[in-house]
Each structure stands twice: as C-alpha cells, then as structure tokens.
Design a protein around this ligand. Structure first.
Ligand SMILES: Cc1cc2nc3c(=O)[nH]c(=O)nc-3n(C[C@H](O)[C@H](O)[C@H](O)COP(=O)(O)O)c2cc1C
Length: 394
C-alpha cells in the first residue's frame, strides 16, 4: 500500500478539508499562467519553501487534562476586537483569479470580523471596496519612483475611511519570479502553450476576461502609460516603477501625511523593528513577501522571537509568509505575534470558490485554531507562549 498522502481530487471547494486541498482545487480552476503568478517564488524558491519548513520545524509541548470547554480565539488588534488572529494580506492582481475578487475578499473578511488589506495594484478602485464592505479595511502602499502615486493613494484612502496604511518596504528592488516570466514570450504576450491552456478554462474566460476585458490597475491607472494599464501589459513595466532610493526618510514622509495606523511590511530584524518604532509606526509586519522577493531569506517565523523580545511591548507585531494551518498560526502567536496575515491561503479559497471559497478557507483555519487550542490545553490565545514550543532548528 502506498504511504503517499491522497488529496481530494474533485473541484468542489466545500469538500476541501484543508488549505492544501483548496490549493489543489484552485490549481484546476485557473489557467496555468495565473496559477504560476500566485504560486511562484523568487529565483530558486529557497525562501518560499523555507517558510513552510521553518514552521514545520517547530513542535508543540501540550499540557493535558485541562478543561478547555469555554475556549475562544478572539484577539485585540490596535484596540479593536477581532474574531480570530487573522488578516487577509494585500495581494495584487486578484482580478486575474476572479472578477472583482477584492470585493469578495473584503466581504468575507467583514463577515468573519477580521481586517482585509487592499493592494496598491488591485484591480478595483479603493473607494468601491469600502462601498462593498465597510469593515476593517486597510490600504497597502508601494511607494514608487513617482511619489505622486503615493500622495494620491494616501489622500483617497484617508477620505474614504481606511483604518491603516501598510507600507510595503521589501519590493523596492523587484524580485525575479522565473516561472511567471517564462509564461510570456514578450511583454504581455503569452506563449502558445499558455494560450492553449487558457482556452481549456472557458469558465475563467467568461468570468475574468469577457465581457470586462483584461483587469486594469484601477488605483494607479492614470499614472501608467496606456500600454501598461492592464494586468498583462503592466506586469512587464511594473518592476521599473519601483525605486531603490526609498529609505527611512520616506517613512517620515508617510508619517507626516497619514494620521491613522501606519504599519511597515517587510521587516525581518530587531534593528529595523526598533527603527520603525522610533519613526512613530504603529505596527510592523514581519514578512519575506511569501518568498517572492529576496531568495534565501530568513523566514519571518525565525525572525519573530528576536523581534518580539526587542519591541514586543512597544508595537504591534504581525507576521506572514507560509501560514497554511491553525497549528502554524498558533506557533506565531506563541512566539509573540499579535496576529497573522494570510496571502495564498485566502487566494486558494478565492480561486476554488469565490467569496464562499474564501469563507471556507477562513473557516478551515479558525476551526483548526480552535481544535489546536483545546489540544494544547489552552482556553484562549492569551495562554499560548513559548513554553508550549520546542524549536529544533533555530
Ligand atoms: C499573488 C501574490 C500577490 C502579492 N501582491 C502583493 C502586493 O501587491 N503587495 C504586497 O505588499 N504584498 C503582496 N504579496 C505578498 C503578500 O502580501 C504576503 O506577504 C504573502 O502572500 C504572505 O505569504 P503567503 O502567501 O505564504 O501567505 C503578494 C503575494 C502573492 C502570493
């Protein structure tokens, strides 16, 4: 008998028992070039795989015979109660997975009472997201060469009531995702193999491409040259919009302009975490961009204990990259995180089943968190801590 684990092989997202099974379903529902855009990491994908390995290398030491019948997983994040220690991460080009996908993610986050963070390179207008789901909505910001783009987004996010601005600091020199690149024979032109593959996904074609046309970078469209406004054209010129001269001075600049919560995403060491605190930031996100930027990079979960020791009592620490299970999330909380961002886990749900698929992904994770809390002998996330873990690799 084969010992290889078998996954659900159908297409019904409701039957997925884990995020990994949603991933298998998602793979079938979107064309290869979209799948590889979502799934791929930078260069040799050492960071991408390292994120999963680092989480696996942490083991639990449970307590037994504790009455956990009244357990809950609510947490306070920036003085607001949220139902679970989860945030939906900003991911660009979601409109390539589903038409108006960011509305689905925002509505699902609202329904689950957790924050949703919209990407600068989303395919829907930030104003419309608030109209669709006026929940805990955050705006992610890429500061690009043309600072007018940031000025414009900040002003609009401020006037529409976004709660937080998430400044992504780790993409100034853009990562090279080779799978993604190989799917085009020239900018915006898919290879023949990929075109044939698109033709095998009629449902996707009639949801994403027809009748709306290729999704555009709706929030920055007026700053893009006409040939780069759509998702397919923009991808090629996108890395060129970023500036490697962005520095802590830009954080000062942002702090002066943004009156609400300011969070820096892409911190991976205690010195930078301390600097973020000194610059008046309200929170930090430990992230290696889901393995899409620097390859061979420390995993955020490995950086977390040192950062939590340095600034855990002075700022809010969020962590992302590689979180696929309730066990992963509880490990981060035990090491000092205040919450966890999920990127691909939500996107798998989205591709597999739209808004209901995202709800299903969140329900899988929250059910797992609840079960693991009980198995560890904890009634709430306040009771988890490093005493529950052994770390054999770091
Ligand atoms: C398809 C995709 C697009 C992304 N786009 C953005 C983005 O526009 N802005 C950003 O700050 N991070 C972006 N990220 C990174 C995520 O915010 C997050 O850091 C990462 O997905 C976490 O890792 P995980 O996917 O393993 O959960 C993207 C990630 C993916 C997978």
């Amino acid at each position: 008998m084969s010992l290889k684990r078998k996954y659900y092989s159908g297409r019904d997202y409701r039957k997925a028992l884990s995020i990994e099974e949603l991933r298998h379903i998602a793979r079938k529902k979107i064309p290869n070039f979209v799948w590889e855009y979502v799934e791929g990491g930078a260069e040799n994908e050492v960071s991408l795989h390292g994120n999963l390995e680092a989480l696996k290398s942490i083991k639990f030491i449970p307590s037994t015979l504790v009455d956990t019948s009244n357990r809950n997983q609510v947490v306070k994040l920036f003085n607001q109660q949220i139902n679970s220690p989860l945030i939906i991460a900003p991911t660009g080009l979601n409109g390539m997975l589903r038409h108006q996908a960011d509305f689905m993610l925002a509505r699902s986050a609202k329904q689950n009472n957790i924050p949703f963070c919209l990407s600068t390179v989303a395919n829907v207008r930030l104003e419309d997201v608030v109209k669709q789901a006026n929940g805990k909505i955050w705006m992610q910001l890429y500061v690009m060469k043309d600072r007018n783009i940031a000025e414009n987004i900040i002003a609009r996010a401020k006037s529409t009531g976004y709660e937080a601005l998430v400044f992504t600091s780790d993409a100034n020199v853009f990562g090279r995702r080779e799978w993604d690149q190989r799917n085009y024979y020239m900018p915006a032109k898919l290879t023949m193999r990929n075109l044939l593959d698109v033709a095998r996904h009629p449902r996707w074609i009639f949801d994403v491409l027809v009748p709306h046309g290729v999704p555009r970078f709706e929030n920055i469209v007026e700053f893009m040259p006409p040939e780069a406004r759509s998702a397919s054209g923009g991808v090629a010129i996108f890395p060129k919009l970023f500036a490697s001269n962005i520095s802590w001075d830009d954080v000062k600049w942002l702090r002066d302009r943004w009156p609400r919560k300011l969070i820096i995403k892409g911190i991976l060491n205690a010195v930078d975490a301390q600097r973020a605190v000194e610059h008046g930031c309200d929170g930090i996100i430990l992230s290696n961009h889901g393995g899409r930027q620097l390859d061979g990079c420390i995993s955020p979960i490995e950086a977390l204990p040192g950062v939590a020791e340095a600034v855990g009592d002075q700022t809010t620490i969020i962590v992302d990259s590689g979180f696929r299970r309730g066990t992963d999330i509880i490990k981060a909380m035990a090491l000092g995180a205040h919450s966890v961002m999920i990127g691909r886990a939500a996107l798998y749900g989205l591709a597999a089943g739209g808004e209901e698929g995202v709800n299903h992904a969140l329900s899988l994770l929250t059910t797992e968190i609840d079960r693991v809390l009980g198995q560890l002998g904890c009634r709430s996330l306040d009771e988890v801590g490093p005493h529950l873990l052994v770390r054999d690799k770091f």
